[in-house]
Design a protein around this ligand. Structure first.
Ligand code: GDP
Length: 326
């Protein structure tokens, strides 16, 4: 434990990687250690920025993170990159992990890249990623980039753990093709059109104007912030400073109106609730008697012999009895 704490406080990347492995482990003995470790970490007083990055596969996420991350480290920032990839279990090979990604950034001594833990439900992965963010911050990283594949629920999960949510889009690919749901656009604090270089430059500028107009139809967020639309080229390293300036300006504005702090407070409370929910479910599932009852009730529901609501009530009643008898 002391080795972990000492290594992390000194920003030792090998120790940090080991601690993250401990956190990702689902073994009960490791979970106990991991919780102990998190409890002993000194509260981070440093100002950190957590940025979520999403977009469909091929939009240029890893290229963007490479260029953006290297730009930040030139400004003496330490950058950690975490990924949330719930597809890794389904496809057996992760979309994000099937190629050498961010090769350049991974060699940068001021950067730390951690691929998505493989396997596990999204809920579990999300909780682990949140803990990983805390560890990286304790190890002295200033900017935490959380990357997610743009394929559904993982965006909502990542939005719930970051300060700024960035949506990357391709010009001219069509919203339907990119699977951009209105909901994802509404979640974004900033949109960036990628690959704005060469023949694509003009199309990107047009797309920028179109998206900016479309965003005006959305109501202003509680944060008081209207999401800008920018363009960039990771290939030519263009537009990265503007994107960073946008994020800093978001931070300044929402720090003044207190939304920055409020958002983090809400996220912490949600985190707490998620832990409790997951813990309760484990508790229920691990009791043999209740496990059997679940199976029996599921069968009754399938056979239409029981309304789902009544089945749930029965199960909860059994759980209450179990609680009062212990
Ligand atoms: P990801 O799947 O979203 O992580 O996308 P990648 O970063 O792997 O990029 C997908 C493809 O787009 C690769 O072939 C990249 O070389 C290319 N690409 C990424 N960024 C740029 C860019 O700024 N300009 C151009 N022209 N191509 C890019």
């Amino acid at each position: 434990m002391n080795e972990y704490l000492d290594g992390i406080s000194r920003g030792n990347r090998v120790v940090l990687a080991k601690a993250l492995t401990l956190i990702e482990s689902t073994l009960e003995v490791d979970r106990t250690e991991a919780t102990k470790l998190l409890g002993k970490l000194k509260p981070v007083i440093k100002d950190t920025i957590r940025i979520g990055i999403t977009g469909v596969p091929g939009v240029g996420k890893s290229s963007f993170i490479e260029s953006f991350g290297n730009m930040l480290t030139k400004q003496n920032k330490k950058v950690a990159v975490l990924t949330v990839d719930p597809t890794s279990q389904l496809s057996k090979g992760s979309i994000l992990g099937d190629k050498t990604r961010m090769e350049n950034l991974s060699k940068n001594p001021a950067a730390f890249i951690r691929p998505s833990p493989s396997g596990g439900a999204l809920g579990g992965t999300t909780l682990r990623t949140r803990e990983s963010i805390l560890l990286c911050e304790a190890a002295g990283f200033d900017v935490i980039l959380v990357e997610t594949v743009g394929v559904g629920q993982s965006e909502i999960a990542v939005k719930g753990m970051v300060d700024f949510f960035l949506l990357l889009i391709l010009a001219g690919a069509g919203d339907a093709l990119q699977g951009i749901k209105r909901g994802i656009m509404e979640m974004a604090d900033g949109l960036v059109i990628t690959k704005a270089d060469g023949d694509n430059k003009k199309k990107s500028a047009e797309a920028r104007a179109e998206y900016q107009q479309a965003l005006q139809l959305f109501r202003t967020d509680e944060s008081g912030w209207s999401p800008p639309v920018l363009t960039c080229s990771a290939l030519e390293h263009i537009g990265m400073e503007e994107i960073w300036k946008m994020i800093l300006s978001y931070k300044e504005k929402t720090s003044k109106n207190n939304f920055w702090k409020l958002n983090r407070q809400r996220q912490s409370v949600n985190w707490f609730h998620e832990y409790v929910e997951q813990g309760m479910m484990t508790e229920i599932q691990q009791s043999p008697r209740i496990g059997k009852l679940i199976q029996k009730l599921e069968l009754e529901v399938i056979q239409n012999n029981q309304l789902p609501v009544l089945a749930a009530e029965k199960l909860l009643a059994a759980f209450r009895r179990k609680l009062s008898s212990t």
